[in-house]
Design a protein around this ligand. Structure first.
Ligand code: THU
Length: 138
């Protein structure tokens, strides 16, 4: 289980993302944070669009921010996702696919909510039998 101190660091960063969410259409705010092995934190939020299909989830915002700064999967310790849900938030299928590409299979993903209910999963737990680069060469 994740240490309380690490949980709090990730939570505060994800909460900042949650508060920055641009969700005028769904009013469903999501925040995400990534803890790097060097202790740095990168967060993200969902960013919606009047053309609904262009909405970007918080998880992908945070991961794309990280990769655009040169971060790669080996640099990432763990990730958190936060929403105002009853139980720990459930990441969408598109984000699970992106996580399976941009995070290691055994990387911890902490799902939580504003009550701090927690579900800890690995990337592999979130998307078993994923379509990966390997399948392209079969
Ligand atoms: N959303 C996320 O940011 N992450 C998820 O894993 C689930 C959905 C966003 C997308 C959209 O802006 C809003 O939540 C409602 O679907």
């Amino acid at each position: 289980m994740i240490q309380k101190e690490l949980f709090e660091k990730l939570y505060q960063s994800a909460l900042e993302g949650f508060n920055n969410a641009f969700a005028p259409y769904s009013n469903f705010r999501v925040g995400s944070s990534i803890l790097l092995k060097n202790g740095e934190l990168i967060n993200g939020c969902n960013v919606e669009n009047a053309s609904y299909g262009l909405c970007n989830c918080a998880e992908r915002t945070a991961l794309f921010k990280a990769y655009s700064q040169g971060v790669r999967k080996n640099d990432i310790e763990c990730m958190m996702v936060l929403a105002a849900t009853d139980g720990p938030v459930s990441p969408c299928g598109a984000c699970r696919q992106v996580m399976s590409e941009l995070l290691k299979a055994d990387t911890l993903v902490i799902l939580t909510n504003l009550k701090k209910d927690v579900k800890e999963m690995t990337v592999k737990d979130l998307l078993p039998y994923a379509f990966t680069e390997d399948n392209l060469h079969e």
